[in-house]
Design a protein around this ligand. Structure first.
Ligand SMILES: [Zn+2]
Length: 563
């Protein structure tokens, strides 16, 4: 007798094949049987009218810190996810020596969108090396399966100390880093992750350490992974890193390269397609390059206390080293404003905010004076007052002690262009950034949004293809064995949903971080159940408190991950 049988359900197996009606049986945490008339189960679910697919594999998350205080990995389970890959962009908390802990957290506050107090209260430092970190995750347990990258910025800090954010590495330092990458691969890292992107800054606007790496350093570290014969090289690419250079790394190491973050920029509409074409040409030459694209419009809520979207602008630097009264003085300074306007007039840089003031709205005013202007865009508000929109925004924020909440649609807002990206054969649909940017946006429900909005509402891709992009394809690219497909013997990671209603609801602000700090979240629509290794962790009402911690730390990856 099986543990569980789900009957009369439409099975989307994760391979891209069309859904077929059938039954699925689970025993001992694994899929036992699939077909027309499987044997009885101790528990039976009649799922007529619903669909069943493998649990979503979210390959771009940042739960590295949160996983140490929240084994529930909120909110990903309730949004259909069964496996998360952490350590993306190289923003990890391991390896880390005790003396570097506070610096590591202070650097993470900008990229994670979490207050330093949250991180200081939250992170449990029961590890120093990367292998110790994996063991600590395993000991604590989690609701979801987790796989971890060894992260470049932590690695550099471990080897170089504070010089990691100041200079290139010496040959000896590169050799030491390469040895640690090789050790991490043996311990069970899913790959090596880095960032060369200009918006990735630590405390005081100092670049994240990985941005100081020369090409030879990247070559050596990706090479160290190649020697181990497995692992994916993941990077968030800045404008100085070219696809041909990344192709040379793939060619030399034999390892796949996952290139983020390919978001569509309406002010430079062909750029992303050019990069996808370069990636496609590299694939045709037999090199495994993938472009990581997002199905969500990149929207950010922010205040001028910590406006992440502007921090990639060179002229914004004085604001990043100031706080309180000093920060307000920077915003009031005419010279600062002139420099920022000049940056925005220069179309060369790859960046989050591109001067589209008509897509930046006043969301929540802090005083009565501005309340009537809520939900209007800055281009219109500034024009009405005869001001430059930057001046209008800063003057408004200064008048409200920087507490005004603005919201901006930054990238990926042109649905015709995004649809074209989602259909690109060299694209991998991911980029939720779950666990990061918590006060700015929440795309942890990207999978439900892909199925509901892009597949059902817009018809951009058939449901079976959306399911494949969320399950079988990432399992294949990352070499995750026995997950991502509905097959006998595979882990019973499952998502039961209603194809007629699946989607994500409107964003909400909640206050459940350590110390009661806020974050954004989105409710799931049409989710009827999520199982991780055969354990039901989510039901119709959301995450179950009694689910325990059935997730596994994944440490074994296939070498032949030919996606
Ligand atoms: Zn990221």
């Amino acid at each position: 007798m099986h543990d569980l049988v789900i009957r009369g359900v439409r099975l989307f197996d994760g391979s891209g094949a069309a859904g077929n009606a059938g039954d699925l049986a689970v025993s001992g945490g694994r899929i036992a049987e699939l077909g027309d008339a499987v044997a009885a189960g101790r528990q039976e679910i009649d799922a007529e009218g619903l669909a069943l697919m493998p649990g979503i594999i979210d390959s771009h998350t940042h739960y590295d810190a949160q996983a140490t205080w929240d084994p529930g990995l909120t909110p990903s389970p309730s949004l259909g996810v069964a496996t998360v890959v952490i350590g993306n962009c190289g923003f990890t908390i391991a390896p880390c020596r005790p003396a570097d802990r506070d610096l590591t957290l202070r650097n993470l506050t900008h990229v994670e969108g979490m207050a330093i107090e949250v991180l200081r209260q939250g992170v449990a430092w029961d590890f120093e090396t990367f292998p110790e970190y994996l063991t600590a995750l395993e000991r604590r347990g989690a609701v979801l399966n987790m796989a971890a990258f060894i992260g470049h910025s932590s690695l550099r800090t471990w080897v170089m100390g504070t010089a990691a954010a100041e200079r290139a590495a010496t040959g000896a330092e590169v050799a030491e880093m390469a040895a640690i990458v090789a050790e991490a691969m043996r311990a069970g890292a899913i790959g090596f992750a880095t960032s060369t992107a200009g918006q990735h800054n630590g405390e005081g606007g100092v670049p994240m350490p990985s941005r100081l790496a020369e090409e030879a350093e990247l070559r050596a570290l990706v090479g160290a992974m190649g020697a181990a014969g497995r692992g994916v090289f993941m990077l968030t690419k800045g404008s100085g890193t070219t696809v041909p250079f990344l192709e040379s790394l793939a060619a030399e190491s034999g390892r796949p390269v996952m290139i983020a973050a390919l978001l569509h920029n309406s002010t430079r509409p062909e750029q992303t397609f050019g990069e996808l074409a370069e990636i496609g040409a590299a694939q045709a030459r037999g090199h495994r390059l993938y472009g990581q694209v997002s199905c969500c419009p990149l929207t950010m809520d922010f205040t001028l206390h910590s406006p992440y979207l502007f921090e990639g602008l060179p002229g914004w630097k004085p604001a990043m080293v100031a706080e309180g009264e000093a920060l307000m003085a920077v915003y009031a300074d005419p010279g600062f404003r002139v420099n920022v306007k000049a940056d925005l007039d220069n179309p060369e840089a790859v960046r989050l905010f591109n001067g589209e003031w008509d897509k930046l709205n006043l969301l929540e005013a802090a005083t009565a004076k501005y309340r009537d202007l809520e939900h209007r865009d800055l281009a219109a508000l500034a024009a009405a007052d005869g001001k430059h929109p930057l001046d209008w925004m800063l003057d408004c924020a200064l008048a409200e002690d920087l507490d005004t909440v603005f919201t901006a649609v930054l990238l990926n807002s042109d649905e015709a262009a995004v649809g074209r990206m989602l259909r690109d054969p060299h694209a991998s649909i991911a980029l939720s950034d779950a666990g990061a940017h918590l006060t700015f946006f929440c795309d942890a429900g990207f999978g439900l949004y892909l199925m509901g909005h892009w597949s059902r509402e817009l018809g951009v891709l058939p449901l079976e293809e959306a399911v494949w992009q969320l399950t079988g394809r990432p399992a294949q690219i990352f070499g995750i064995p026995e997950r991502g497909l509905l097959r006998p013997g595979y882990a019973a990671d499952l998502l039961l949903f209603d194809p007629a209603t699946v989607g994500r609801g409107p964003k909400q602000r909640v206050h459940d971080l350590p110390g009661g700090a806020p974050r954004l979240t989105t409710p799931a629509l049409g989710v009827h159940g999520v199982w991780v290794n055969g354990v039901k962790v989510v039901d119709e009402t959301g995450a179950r408190d009694d689910a325990g911690r059935p997730g596994q730390v994944l440490r074994e990856f296939a070498a032949e991950n030919t996606g």
